[in-house]
Write a protein that binds this ligand. Structure first.
Ligand code: DC
Length: 229
C-alpha cells in the first residue's frame, strides 16, 4: 500500500496523540508527537533558569539553542517513542503542569519553531508517518496527503486532562486546568508564527462525544480515501 503523510492538528488535550499513536500502530507508520518537542525545549529553559517567574529571556534561550538536542527513543516495552533532551529520556518530566504552563511562549519563538520544523520535515522524508501538532498540515507538511483537524469543547478537554493527571497521582485542580486549556487555545491560535489554524483541505473531527472505537473507525475511513486518491 502507498505510504502517505498524515498530519493531525488541533487544540490541546483533545486526544490527538492517543489517536495518532493508535493510527500509526495500526498502519505500521512512525509516530511523531511534535508537542513533545516544544515541551522538551521548555524543560531545558526551565532547568537552565531561562524563565524568571513567567517571563522568558528569549535572547538567552536563542544563545543556548545549539546546546538543545531533542530526539526520540523507542521504548522497547511499549514500542512507543519517548522524548529525550540531550540523550536523557524526559517523557514524564515534560508532561507536568509546570511545563504545560510555560510551553506556549517557548513554542511562539520563531527560532525555536524554525529548528523544530526542519527536524520534523526531515523525519517525514520517507513518508509513512503520523505527526501531530498545531501546524503540521499548514507549515510542516502543507503537501500531506491526509490532514485532520481535531477539536472538542474546552470543558471536555480539561476533564480529560484532569483525569489523566489525577490517574498519575498529581494533585490537580479542575479550574486551573480549564484556565490552562483556554489560555493555550488563545495563545496557540493568536501567535504570529505558525498559529493553530485549520488547513483549507483538512477534514474536521469534533470528538467531544465520540468513543475511541468510533473515532478509530472514522480515521481508518479517511486513510483509505486518502490512499486511494
Ligand atoms: O500538544 P501539546 O499540548 O503537547 O503541545 C504543547 C505546546 O506546544 C502547545 O502549547 C502548543 C505547542 N505546539 C506547537 O506550537 N506546535 C506544534 N506543532 C505542537 C505543539
Amino acid at each position: 500500500m502507498k505510504k502517505i503523510i498524515i498530519a493531525i492538528d488541533g487544540h490541546s488535550s483533545c486526544g490527538k496523540s492517543t489517536m495518532a499513536k493508535a493510527l500509526a500502530r495500526q498502519l505500521g507508520y512512525i509516530y511523531v508527537d511534535t508537542g513533545a518537542m516544544y515541551r522538551t525545549v521548555t524543560l531545558f529553559a526551565l532547568r537552565n533558569g531561562i524563565f524568571k517567574g513567567d517571563s522568558l529571556d528569549a535572547a538567552r534561550l536563542e544563545e543556548m539553542m545549539p546546546q538543545v538536542n531533542v530526539s526520540f527513543r523507542l521504548n522497547p516495552e511499549t514500542n512507543l517513542p519517548e522524548a529525550c533532551l540531550n540523550g536523557e529520556c524526559v517523557e514524564s518530566e515534560i508532561r507536568t503542569m509546570e511545563v504545560s504552563s510555560h510551553v506556549s511562549p517557548v513554542a511562539a519563538l520563531p527560532f525555536v519553531r524554525e529548528a523544530m520544523t526542519l527536524q520534523q520535515q526531515r523525519m517525514g522524508l520517507e513518508k509513512g508517518i503520523v505527526m501531530d501538532g498545531r501546524d503540521i498540515g499548514t507549515v510542516v507538511f502543507p503537501q500531506a496527503e491526509l490532514k485532520i483537524f481535531v477539536t472538542a469543547s474546552a470543558e471536555v478537554r480539561a476533564k480529560r486532562r484532569f483525569d489523566e493527571l489525577k490517574a498519575k497521582g498529581d494533585d490537580v485542580n479542575f479550574d486551573e486546568i480549564l484556565r490552562n486549556v483556554q489560555e493555550r487555545d488563545y495563545i496557540d491560535s493568536h501567535r504570529e508564527v505558525a498559529p493553530l489554524r485549520q488547513a483549507d483541505d483538512a477534514v474536521v473531527l469534533d470528538n467531544s462525544f465520540m468513543t475511541i472505537p468510533e473515532q478509530n473507525e472514522w480515521l481508518l475511513q479517511q486513510v483509505e480515501k486518502a490512499v486511494a486518491d
